[in-house]
Design a protein around this ligand. Structure first.
Ligand code: ADP
Length: 852
């Protein structure tokens, strides 16, 4: 036998050479070199006379693919020739392709006993049943096991003896019995070869084990079926790896599905995000965009725009920066991103875009480059936030604020103008005529709010309208208008419901053919002027944008303006009356009383529109925050956007607060001018005032360092108005924060001097020249070109003026020490014991010492 007893050698399909695994065994026995065995070279180990017949037998068997036996001799280097009986068993793939031959070599006894005719068969049996690689089973035609080899015993856990008492039906799992049945049936019916099949055998311990079975039918010499011969390979490892492979495939499929679902989900989010999102490749071509982009860019009529090369796109639209300068194409966001810049929304705010349809849109833009694996820029992503709404809101606030400011200025100016004329000439001059004042106010309103036309009319007791003033483009027909509306019953112009609404102090919007020359009706907004419950006048406004409806904010601003105009004109009238009455005590008192009334109304009216806007902002913020708390991980991107929106709103709220502050300052100035700055004088703990103001500021600007050199717990009593003194500290402190770099600390100190106390706020900001030091206390004075910290808006130049007046009223002193580049220390002193005013006194402002 070759090598190991009874271990088969594996042969190639054609029998022309032993397979790689068997090559060594063959060569070791025959002494052939490995290179010589191929292409039938192995036949050289046979005696020359046997070579041809062996080759023919192989070739034939390869065609039939059935087991066969040959007898031939092999030359052994030491022993010359040795005779062998050689059994060849074909091995098939599952697709029934011949894969290889298993070749068993059994040494033939030198001399076969004459009597034993079956020696050869027994030899073969002995040979195959002792081999250790394949399980072998002999089955009777009814499926009883006649014989099994040790390898099959190992495979199933039974002994050879135990196996001999089983049937194939017991040895295989019930679900696979039909496979055996079918194979046996087919083999019996035809001589066609049957492909090997995989079945699960049952081990003795009841567990299944996978085997690949090749079945042969052995016939008697008469051709009658005799028994089945099964060759069984252990394929558990193979099955196991197949199962693993299938599982792996399933997992890959699952991951693929998941990725697909996620992509879909992201696409949906991408599409539903209200900000525009553009993705460009490294050449500036847009490879992806969402619906919001088409909306923001008004692309319904220009669907091809996004497909254009970058240079062409810049020719169709233009971008304008916040200073109104056109942005050159190479400074547009996409090229900047493709150069590696990141764009932060806060720094790319309020770009104005002229769209292909001729309209324009305010945008705020953020974005980042996209990098590939080599960290090269592969494209860019751009987020476009439509800030039109916010911009409109802001510009409306700005405009209405401007007009109210201008009106208040007129109010502030009137008494001064009057005082100046009376003082210099010591004789009574008539004030500006009623109509002239009206014309001035109408023109002012029209110009500030950028309206098409503004008119002011008086309404008499009979409800008859008399136009007082008209401004705007309609003013060209001024005399025609005056004539037409000189004496018109209100009922001829407006329906009854509108008149009732006006009398109830409500704004109305009506379409009427008011224009002298125009044929089509115009939509006007009428705001009432009410005095002592009576409708005494009407302000009418006409927008430039005929198609846009009047908003609630516009209505309330119009109402505030109407009231202001009434007050200004009333004041004008009173002034005139007062002059005419030669400083009559009575008139003076009445004028004063009216002015008080005006101040309280003005402060209320100024704040009303802002309060509404602020309410809306706070509501929106609450809603966004609530939404934000339901964060889902997939929506994180979306949430980041929402956070940004919250930041916007917060910013808008801060701006409203700043404007509120400005309005308060403005009112304070009017009060100072009118000697009406009210103080609630009483004992007041200055330590507490200062510590509270610092606490407030620290809360508002947690990123800043404010050093406090004050023993907060210990009271330091002065006589004064705690709120007003707080206002002064607050003003010094907010200036210090506003005008010095964020990384520089601010320090606040209180020092006790002989009979006074000194509060000072020191900053390391730009400092002031001696000239500027003198002028900062003036009304409306602001140092030109002083930079403010991001987030703080420049003020009106009133804070220090008011502060000085408040300190004056406390009989204290205010001042500053500063030098350019060396920071500033703003201070005030207050007397400690005496010299404080009596409680709840009205303190007249001092107009001589420090006024502008
Ligand atoms: P505003 O509201 O403009 O700050 P203020 O009356 O408080 O008005 O200040 C007037 C001007 O004085 C400011 O506009 C600024 O130019 C300058 N100013 C005030 N405080 C400081 C400071 N701490 N450092 C430098 N400049 C200051």
């Amino acid at each position: 036998m070759l090598g190991q007893p009874a271990s088969p050698l594996l042969w190639s399909i054609n029998g022309d050479s032993p397979a790689q695994s068997s090559l060594a065994t063959w060569c070791a026995y025959t002494g052939q070199s490995q290179d010589n065995v191929e292409s039938w070279g192995w036949l050289a180990a046979l005696p020359p006379t046997e070579r041809n017949s062996v080759r023919d037998a192989w070739n034939e068997a390869t065609l039939v693919q059935k087991p066969f036996t040959l007898t031939y001799s092999l030359r052994h280097p030491s022993e010359v020739y040795q005779a062998f009986t050689v059994l060849h068993v074909p091995l098939f793939s599952t697709q029934h392709q011949l894969q290889a031959w298993l070749v068993f070599f059994a040494q033939k006894p030198a001399k076969a006993p004459e009597a034993d005719k079956n020696w050869e068969l027994r030899l073969i049996h002995g040979m195959i049943f002792t081999q250790k690689v394949l399980g072998i089973l002999l089955l009777s035609l009814d499926g009883s096991i006649i014989r099994a080899n040790a390898r099959l015993g190992q495979f199933t856990g039974y002994s050879e003896e135990e196996l001999r008492h089983l049937t194939i039906w017991q040895l295989c799992v019930p679900e696979d019995v039909h496979l055996h049945l079918q194979a046996m049936r087919e083999r019996l019916q035809s001589d066609q070869s049957y492909p090997p099949f995989r079945v699960r055998y049952l081990r003795k311990d009841g567990t299944p084990t996978w085997g690949r079975t090749t079945q042969f039918l052995v016939r008697r010499p008469s051709g009658e079926p005799y028994y089945f011969f099964h060759v069984i390979e252990d394929v558990n490892t193979q099955v196991q790896s197949e199962v693993e492979r299938a599982e792996l495939l399933a997992r890959v499929q699952e991951a693929h599905n998941e990725a697909l679902a996620r992509t879909l989900q992201l696409e949906t989010i991408f599409e539903t995000i209200t900000d525009g999102i553009l993705v460009s490749d490294r050449d500036g071509y847009i490879i992806q965009s969402n619906t919001a982009v088409r909306r923001i860019f008004h692309l319904d009529a220009h669907p091809e725009y996004l497909k254009l090369p970058y240079q062409q796109r810049t020719r169709i639209m233009t971008l304008v920066d916040e200073y109104g300068q056109q942005i050159p194409p190479e400074e547009w966001p996409i090229p900047r991103l493709l150069r590696g810049e990141r764009l932060h929304e806060s720094r790319m705010e309020d770009i104005r875009m002229h769209l292909p349809d001729g309209q324009e849109n305010y945008l705020s833009i953020a974005g980042a480059p996209i990098f590939d694996q080599e960290m090269q820029i592969a494209g860019a992503v751009l987020v476009i936030h439509d800030v039109n709404e916010r911009h409109l809101l802001e510009s409306r606030i700005r405009k209405s604020f401007k007009i109210l400011l201008a009106l208040a200025e007129v109010l502030v100016d009137l008494p001064e103008r009057h005082r100046a004329t009376t003082a210099s000439t010591n004789q009574l001059l008539p004030g500006p005529s009623f109509r002239a004042a009206g014309e001035y106010l109408a023109a002012l309103t029209c110009q500030m709010l950028e309206y098409q036309g503004v008119s002011i009319s008086r309404v008499d007791e009979e409800m008859v309208l008399h136009m007082v003033a008209i401004a705007g483009s309609t003013g060209e027909n001024r005399s025609a208008y005056y004539k037409r509306y000189a004496n018109v019953p209100l009922a001829a112009l407006l329906d009854e419901e509108a008149i009732i609404q006006l009398q109830a102090n409500e704004v109305v919007v009506r379409s009427i053919a008011t224009h002298v020359s125009a044929s089509s009706p115009y939509t006007l907004l009428f705001a009432p002027m009410i005095r002592e419950g009576q409708l005494v006048g009407v302000l009418s406004l006409e927008k430039k944008e005929e198609h846009l409806p009047y908003t609630l904010e516009e209505a309330s601003v119009a109402k505030a303006i109407a009231k202001f105009i009434l007050l200004v004109m009333e004041r004008e009238r009173m002034q005139r009356e007062w002059i005419e009455a030669h400083s009559s005590e009575l008139a003076l008192r009445e004028a004063n009383q009216r002015f008080d009334e005006f101040l309280s109304i003005a402060s209320h009216e100024l704040r009303t529109p802002l309060a509404g806007i602020k309410g809306n902002l706070q509501l929106a913020m609450r809603q966004l925050k609530a939404l934000n708390s339901h964060k889902l991980s997939e929506m994180e991107e979306l949430m980041k956007k929402l956070d940004k929106t919250i930041a916007y709103l917060k910013e808008a709220e801060d701006r409203v607060n700043v404007q509120n502050r400005m309005i308060s300052d403005l009112l304070d100035v009017s009060r100072i001018q009118a000697n009406k700055l009210e103080m609630l004088i009483g004992p007041c703990d200055l330590h507490k005032v200062v510590c509270d103001a610092v606490k407030d500021q620290r809360r508002n600007t947690p990123e800043r360092t404010i050093i406090l050199n004050v023993s907060c717990g210990e009271p330091l009593m002065v006589v004064g108005d705690a709120d007003r003194l707080g206002q002064v500290v607050h003003n010094y402190l907010s200036n210090a924060l506003k005008y010095s770099p964020t990384y520089r600390p601010i320090s606040v100190s209180i020092e006790r001097l002989a009979n006074m106390v000194r509060v000072s706020v020191h900053d390391q900001g730009p400092g002031l020249t001696p000239e500027e030091q003198k002028r900062v206390w003036e009304r409306f004075y602001r140092v030109k070109g002083t930079a403010t910290q991001a987030g703080s808006s420049p003020g009106l130049g009133l804070g220090l003026h008011i502060s000085r007046r408040i300190i004056d009223a406390h009989h204290g002193q205010s001042g500053l020490e500063s030098a350019p580049g060396e920071g500033s220390t703003f201070w005030f002193t207050l007397p400690l014991e005496q010299a404080a005013p009596a409680p709840s006194e009205q303190i007249p402002g001092s107009f001589s010492s420090h006024s502008a």
